[in-house]
Design a protein around this ligand. Sequence first.
Ligand code: PHB
Length: 389
Amino acid sequence: MKKRTLIQAAVAAAALAATATALAQDAFKIGLILPMTGQQASTGRQIEAAARLYMAQHGDSVAGRKIELIVKDDVATPDVTKRLAQELIVNEKVNVIAGFGVTPAALAAAPLATQAKVPEIVMAAATSSITEASPYVVRSSFTLPQVSVSMADWAPKNGIKSVVTLVSDYGPGNDAEKYFTERFAANGGKVIEKLRVPLRNPDFAPFLQKVRDAKPDALFVFVPSGAGAAVMKQFLERGLDKAGIKLIATGDVTDDDQLNDMGDGALGVVTTHHYSAAHPSALNKQFVEAFEKANKGMRPNFMAVGGYDGMHLIYEALKATGGKGDGTALVEKMKGMRFESPRGEVLIDPATRDIVQDVYLRKVEKKDGKLYNVEFDVLKAVKDPGKSK
Ligand code: PHB
């Protein structure tokens, strides 16, 4: 009798262990690597909040698999990104790595994605070449060439013939400078000086003094999300606006995360970008409202949308594989995916795994006492110009 009880207990314990293993296997793990501290921390905060909102709205299980989000802070430092990606893939056995607040971080993880056949969903970083670093990279953010050529088309039609460019000196800044300059020249404009500022702790003052002396019709700027307010402040303090120099930029500068704190000096600044919190679609209104409700005092920016749509790609691809979640199959399912994002219609280009999207001309205006990037024109379905060469 006693022996039988023992056997029964042992069988029960074994069954329990097997169930636990099955459950562990069933979880579908997403390793979200983001800058949660340091200079790019607002990017991490925005993307994590958006990913959690997506899960709250769409449930935390997909095709029978429980979705588990594991957030890691890489402080936007590529060595750390690489170590974290390795640990997540090898120890945690994540099915997908995602996030990547800056280009060097996205590039550092790419060889690991290739080796492990794990999709790398780039939700923030925006240098054109990132998608070429691994066949497992799929991008839900944007590219700097995409938004920079759009500005180079608009400016000369609006009385801007001479420009000084000012960019952060790394991948996306170099892309912005190159693609703006080439297209602006093709349109008959002239870039009279190209200035590059360091990515880490930049002091914009001496550069802006140079711009003042050069007296261009406009200054074209790219700095990464989080650095725009400092540029705006210095631009106004140095009186460049009063000297008749217009500020034109990619939307990273009038970032929705900071814009409302920039003050009325930002009014009238024209930028090109793929997302504005003021985008007038029903879906975006719902998105902004839900995001602000879940995150008091925060307005979603383009990083949040990259995170939200990146989660959508993962959810839909997992559904399409019937919950199997094999890395190569997931990437195949993401190719050609088309859906309505809070930014508008988007498509994952099946040939490049990069995002095709509308690029908007926007002007900073006051709405209900708050500053917004108000869209006034659109270029439809823009592919990354960096891929056509
Ligand atoms: C990048 O490092 O690729 C990057 C970061 C922030 C931006 C744009 C690009 O706003």
